[in-house]
Write a protein that binds this ligand. Structure first.
Ligand code: ATP
Ligand code: MN
Length: 465
């Protein structure tokens, strides 16, 4: 392992002053007769380190013109307390090696800030920017927080399949997985003959790990998944991706109320963990021009305050009585649209709200039917600016009720034989939810486009690298 110190450790006062080695990319290089300064970034911290170079340093004069923004270098020297204001440390260079040039004529990322749109076209260089560096470090910290939260509470981390032959009931359009020649698949009576395909039946990329998660919860009590999911919905919005990461806990013996509490505790705990572990990243992001006023204070408040709960039926009444004209008219039975969710969170509650007990006709077949026969034990956690961040429910554990729902919704009961068997053999009340990891990251970082919280976004017309 190379013997480099990270700028993160230096900024966190974990490195004693003295001789050491660093490597990274040049942010800026300012030359003068008596002294030169290089701002170095190694991507581990929002801070750069100021390198101080004596222009007489052996070999410096020859390479100085090449020490441009974006070039990579390796240095040895001494970390000292800085006499300058605004920085604690600086680094006095004793040896400097140029690793890779970055020609200023062609290197796309110059010193000045670039728009997020422009950076989306430079995905191969984007992680080197201060903003994307911060976002990716928050992403890493949040993933750790997720695993910590569940592991500490006795949940087991399950890996559900990415290739699946079970449709999680139209959670979204699916991407097909096949080895057929798309030009010329084998056909029988004009129809594609999947019995000759790799899996001998139609397969696709998973839209949710829930059904497999339920299988595991029926053996291990409390599990969670955290993996990629795929939706081929042609929705070109700022909160949908075609490939996103979802966290899906599933718990035996949990009813809707337990599920709601867990979702709230989970969101709040991850906020708290990341507010602490990524404080400097979140502060940096909150100081950007596109950030919302009071973003961090808001996160801190949400992390401490119990979420409001609202019955779907009450939500509809509140919307009807709001005096607002919505593009999509409000009446009992509709699925809440983004504009409705925004009113509830941004204007009415002014914070997160968990909406429960939705009409059965707009929700999936597996949600547990309420005694009224009209609504199901569904819950969506809605947050300001974003709308839905969590979608979940208590699952229908009664075999006959489930079978009837499957039939009533026109689904093929034969393909759910195994799901029905879980209700035949040792069935128990159980619940779970799905939280889109990128939605959570938008909430944390304040980024307003989901394409900016994942390294390599996939959306309609775009799957670069
Ligand atoms: P929405 O109504 O926002 O499209 P949904 O109801 O289709 O979401 P679910 O099927 O309930 O979503 O999925 C669970 C969670 O996964 C959602 O609450 C959301 O956080 C996230 N999610 C769903 N679709 C996407 C997507 N296309 N891109 C990113 N995250 C998503
Ligand atoms: Mn949903």
């Amino acid at each position: 392992m190379p013997n480099y110190v990270s700028i993160r450790d230096i900024s966190n006062d974990k490195v004693p002053v003295g001789m050491l080695q660093l490597a990274g990319w040049i942010r800026t290089h300012r030359q003068s007769k008596r002294v030169s300064f290089i701002e170095l970034s190694d991507g581990t911290s929002v801070s750069n380190l100021q390198l101080v170079v004596d222009p007489q340093l052996a070999g410096y004069a020859d390479i100085a013109p090449k020490l441009a923004t974006g070039a990579s270098i390796k240095v040895s020297g001494e970390l000292v307390l800085s006499p300058a204001k605004g920085q604690k440390y600086e680094f006095q260079v004793k040896e400097l090696e140029l690793l890779g040039e970055a020609d200023p004529e062609s290197y796309p990322l110059q010193k000045k800030g670039h728009s997020l749109e422009f950076l989306r076209e430079q995905l191969h260089l984007r992680p080197r920017t201060a903003t994307m560096g911060a976002v990716l470090r928050v992403r890493s910290a949040a993933a750790f927080a997720v695993n910590k939260f569940f592991t500490e509470r006795g949940f087991f981390y399950i890996h559900t399949p990415i290739i699946s032959t079970s449709d999680c009931e139209g959670a979204g359009e699916m991407f097909h997985v096949s080895t057929f020649d798309p030009e010329n698949p084998p056909r029988v009576n004009g129809k594609v003959d999947f019995s000759q395909d790799f899996f001998k039946e139609p397969a696709s990329l998973t839209v949710s790990g829930q059904l497999e998660g339920e299988i595991c919860a029926m053996g291990l009590s409390k599990i969670y998944t955290f993996g990629p999911t795929f939706r081929a919905e042609n929705s070109n919005t700022t909160r949908h991706l075609a490939e996103f990461w979802m966290i899906e806990p599933e718990m035996a013996f949990y009813e809707l109320q337990d599920n709601m509490l867990l979702a709230q505790e989970f969101v709040q705990d991850v906020l708290k963990q990341v507010l602490e572990s990524s404080a400097s990243e979140l502060e940096f992001l909150a100081s950007q021009e596109w950030a919302q006023q009071g973003h961090l204070e808001n996160l801190r408040r949400v992390a401490e305050t119990p979420f409001e709960t609202m019955d779907y039926t009450d939500a509809i009444r509140i919307l009807e009585e709001s005096g607002k004209t919505f593009e999509y008219p409000v009446k009992w039975g509709i699925d809440l649209q983004s504009e409705h969710e925004r009113f509830l969170t941004d204007e009415y509650v002014k914070g997160p709200v968990t909406v429960i007990n939705y009409p059965k006709d707009i929700k999936a077949f597996y949600m547990r039917l309420n005694e009224d026969g009209k609504t199901v034990r569904a819950m969506d956690v809605l947050v300001p600016r974003l709308g839905e961040i969590v979608g979940g429910s208590q699952r229908e554990e009664r075999h006959d009720v489930l079978l009837e729902k499957i039939r009533a919704m026109g689904l093929d009961e034969r393909s759910y034989w195994w799901y029905l068997e879980l209700r035949k053999f040792g069935t128990v009340p159980h619940s779970g939810f799905g939280l889109g990891f990128e939605r959570l990251l938008m909430y944390l970082t304040g980024m307003t486009n989901i394409r900016d919280v994942i390294g390599f976004p996939r959306f309609p017309g775009f799957a670069k690298f």
